[in-house]
Design a protein around this ligand. Structure first.
Ligand SMILES: CC(C)(COP(=O)(O)OP(=O)(O)OC[C@H]1O[C@@H](n2cnc3c(N)ncnc32)[C@H](O)[C@@H]1OP(=O)(O)O)[C@@H](O)C(=O)NCCC(=O)NCCS
Length: 191
């Protein structure tokens, strides 16, 4: 994947042709926040904040397919996101408060297709982190990463009709609305 090439390039080193670097999640600075892998370890445990986020009524209204109500399920979610980094199907970042590392939400590039150069943008915020511009700032940062570092040519964004907060993010980030299909409002942004 490009990220493997990237990390070699970033280090300025050359690897043998058959060398395959582990695809470690890349950290990104996003203005006042930093984006890192989700964690469930002794130093940083995102699981309680994930449970709070996923059991929030607003989240449940707009993302009804996701159910995480306890720490065990949250731990499996963190593991699943790590597997998706490894198999390059989805790159997911925890939005972290810079001094404490506290999880404020999650942004991601899902349905990642590096050959086609496409991905879907995704975001949710913990209820105490909404209304502050965090989603716009952090989603903007990973979209720039997608275009700049992964050579994506198009990023899509979809949300349920009536999810005005999501539509506002798409507009702020310069997405173009592309109608409604399969009960979802579709947006796209080209590189
Ligand atoms: C969708 C969701 C991530 C949007 O969060 P959000 O807080 O509205 O988005 P932002 O962090 O970009 O904040 C934007 C708001 O903060 C305000 N704001 C404050 N400071 C700001 C700043 N420096 N820059 C931009 N906006 C700022 C804006 O005015 C805006 O408020 P408005 O929408 O009333 O105009 C959030 O509502 C959420 O997690 N919802 C539940 C899950 C969900 O719907 N996920 C999406 C499924 S597709």
């Amino acid at each position: 994947m490009h990220s493997a090439e990237l990390t070699s390039a970033q280090r300025g080193t050359r690897e043998p042709a058959d060398y395959r670097e582990p695809v470690d999640p890349i950290e990104i600075n996003a203005g006042a926040y930093y984006l890192r892998a989700l964690r469930a370890d002794d130093r940083l445990d995102d699981r309680p904040r994930i449970v709070e986020g996923f059991t929030d009524p607003v989240f449940r209204d707009w993302s009804p397919g996701f159910t995480i109500t306890d720490l065990t399920a949250a731990g499996q979610y963190v593991e699943h996101r790590a597997e998706q980094w490894a198999d390059e199907t989805r790159l997911s970042w925890a939005i972290a408060e810079p001094t404490t590392g506290l999880l404020l939400g999650e942004v991601g590039l899902k349905r990642l297709d590096l050959t086609a150069g496409t991905a879907d943008a995704s975001v949710w915020l913990h209820p105490d982190s909404r209304g502050k511009g965090i989603a716009t700032e952090c989603l903007g940062a990973i979209i720039r990463f997608g275009f700049g570092a992964l050579d994506l040519r198009e990023v899509y964004y979809r949300h349920a009709p009536g999810n005005d907060a999501s539509a506002a993010i798409a507009e702020r980030l310069g997405f173009t609305r592309n109608g409604t299909e399969n009960h979802l409002v579709h947006w796209f942004k080209s590189a």
